[in-house]
Design a protein around this ligand. Structure first.
Ligand SMILES: Cc1ncc(COP(=O)(O)O)c(C=O)c1O
Length: 232
């Protein structure tokens, strides 16, 4: 094997993987300490409700969300979202694009005893696959950015009228623009999303606490409201 070495100018100054474990700046920790009065208080208290409200409305503004969509914050990683989707968004059968690790993980979550086996269009790593258009499914799911390969999809509504389009926008939402109206639900990660607005003074990082990336485990999901009310 050739003795390959990355040119020094391409080696990150900080070796941590940019999209995963985040570097936490000292300023962010200071910010947390300066607002410590919010930590450990009940989520029902007004200051916490206000903070969550500001984060939700900031995200709604960032995503240019229509009134009939909502931002939902929750704990947990993508697996929690995929399991919830398999439990309550997929009615009988989902169709997926799988061209890397994360698209395939959603397929695995949707392969449950109570659902019909999903339709899957595989793509070679580094490429993007497309639906054939004849999949019989009530949910069409695909990654926005397949982080394992870097392949990006155009976010477009898929499937027949009445089906849901569910997009895993974990790593790129907020950094790469999408039109949420092309989806019924997206999922992303506040830690990654908020990183793009660090110190920008945008509505996404109102003080206190959310002034930038704080390695929060918070998951962000957007929903077209009626898609959760069984109107399908
Ligand atoms: C596209 C995509 N989906 C899902 C995940 C997993 O996200 P989480 O760590 O929140 O479970 C990642 C992680 O990098 C990802 O890039």
């Amino acid at each position: 094997m050739t003795d390959f070495r990355l040119p020094p100018e391409l080696i990150p100054v900080d070796g941590r993987f940019g999209c995963g474990p985040s570097k936490i700046r000292a300023e962010q920790l200071d910010h947390l300490v300066a607002n410590a009065h919010l930590l450990g208080t009940s989520h029902r208290q007004q200051p916490v409700r206000e903070l969550v409200g500001r984060v939700r409305s900031g995200l709604a503004e960032l995503y240019r969300m229509p009134k009939d969509y909502e931002v939902v914050l929750g704990n947990g990683g993508s697996t929690a979202f995929w399991d919830a989707a398999a439990f309550s968004l997929i009615d009988q059968r989902s169709a997926h694009l799988a061209f890397g690790e994360f698209g395939q993980k959603f397929v695995n979550a949707a392969s449950t005893p109570w659902l019909t086996a999903p339709a899957v269009v595989h793509g070679e790593p580094g490429t993007v696959s497309s639906f054939f258009g004849d999949e019989e499914a009530d949910v069409f799911a695909y990654p926005h950015n397949e982080t394992s390969t870097g392949a990006m999809t155009a976010v477009r509504r898929q499937g027949p009228t009445g089906s849901l389009t569910v997009v895993d926008a974990t790593s790129a939402a907020g950094g790469v623009d999408i039109d949420v109206r092309e989806t019924d639900s997206t999922t992303s990660h506040l830690k990654r999303t908020s990183r793009v607005t660090v110190d920008s003074g945008s509505p996404l990082c109102p003080p206190p606490l959310f002034n930038g990336s704080i390695a929060s485990p918070l998951r962000v999901a957007t929903f077209q409201k009626s898609c959760r009310s069984g109107s399908r």
